[in-house]
Design a protein around this ligand. Structure first.
Ligand code: ATP
Ligand code: SF4
Ligand code: MG
Length: 318
């Protein structure tokens, strides 16, 4: 593991039990992240992005069928921690999450300032006054007026509530923040504002980000690297510049071609077909039914991941 590696996932799996069978939402993810690095995770709805976030932070629902693999944080395998050690040393201490639809999950009966201060009191034993002072500083970082500390969530706009949710994730100065679609359900101007806040935070604080988003165009400005997820697995990882200039995996190419462009006369393309059911995955490559480049081997065995400067899970690169 390189000295610069903050987080490393090895064969991470999170499967859910349902009445219809086992949903293989995260199915053998390998991935690493450096210090002060922003990785953007892209992929269609239902491919397992939120489940990956939950697997990293061990925020597991009751119907887990299996949860396995290795998660190294600063070189220590935190999968070996028991739940109490994980809660005490990792979650909201070293890593935090801005969950999907976070702005709607703020507590309606607590002032937002108290909510942002709360992780400091709970996880670091800091007294309320000092915690509120740190919350005030955090409000400045994310661009929420200080006076809003005393407001309730319903008194804030969606964009402001989302900033509060980001402040809450950052208040304990974690080394890593996972943001799950922090700009969905916001108008385009507010989305751009939130991305600007994230860009600024990346420079001001020494934090790494995993940013899950459908907003490919805007996220390209924040990303150091890009990871593409398909049917529970990561199929490509590359540095942002190379990825956005020339994605390699056939699915990544389709994904990029689906982004509407302001300039040029290129029409956005739609990806035909739909992803395979995570209850019943095909043999071979999971993208083969939709892939224009599929050939014999693709249906016979799952592609191995080729790791060079970039990681690609496709037989074309083997
Ligand atoms: N607790 C659960 N029990 C059973 N299935 C689940 C559970 N949570 C998620 N799933 C299923 O796992 C798959 C991946 O879901 P997930 O929410 O991780 O996708 P996603 O990539 O975040 O999608 P979106 O972009 O829509 O947020 C989906 O098929 C979803 O229905
Ligand atoms: S392995 Fe085959 S089907 Fe899968 S993406 Fe590559 S070419 Fe397409
Ligand atoms: Mg999701």
């Amino acid at each position: 593991m390189s000295e610069n590696t903050l987080l490393r996932l090895e064969d991470l799996k999170l499967h859910f039990q349902t009445t219809k069978g086992v949903v293989q939402a995260v199915d053998g993810v390998n991935f690493s992240l450096g210090y002060n690095e922003a990785v953007v995770v892209l992929g269609e709805s239902g491919c397992g992005k939120s489940s990956l976030a939950k697997a990293i932070l061990r925020l597991l629902p009751r119907n887990v069928a299996s949860y396995s693999g290795k998660v190294f944080l600063n070189g220590t395998d935190i999968m070996a921690y028991d739940d109490e050690e994980f809660r005490r040393n990792v979650r909201w201490v070293m890593m935090s999450l801005v969950p999907q639809a976070a702005m709607n999950s703020l507590n309606p009966v607590l002032k937002v300032g108290d909510q942002v201060a709360e992780p400091l009191m709970t996880h670091h034993g800091i007294k309320k006054e000092e915690a509120l002072q740190t919350a005030r500083t955090m409000f400045q970082h994310v661009g929420v007026p200080e006076a809003f500390l005393d407001r309730y969530a319903f008194e804030l706009s969606g964009g402001m509530r989302q900033r509060v949710a980001i402040a809450m994730a950052l208040v304990t100065s974690p080394a890593l923040v996972v943001l799950d679609e922090p700009t969905s359900a916001l108008d385009v101007l507010t989305q751009a504002n939130i991305f600007n806040v994230l860009k600024r935070l990346k420079h001001e604080l020494e934090t790494s980000f995993i940013l899950i988003t459908h907003d490919i165009a805007t996220s390209s400005e924040l990303a150091d690297r890009v990871a593409v997820m398909y049917a529970g697995q990561i199929v490509e990882v590359g540095d942002a510049k190379s990825f956005f200039t020339a994605p390699l995996h056939p699915y990544s190419k389709k994904l990029m071609a689906s982004v509407p462009r302001l300039r040029g006369d290129q029409e956005p393309e739609f990806i035909t077909g739909s992803p395979p059911s995570l209850l019943n995955l095909p043999t071979g490559c999971r993208f083969r039914d939709r892939c224009p480049a599929a050939f014999g081997r693709c249906s016979e065995e799952p592609p191995v991941t080729v790791i060079d400067q970039r990681l690609v899970k496709c037989w074309l690169f083997n």
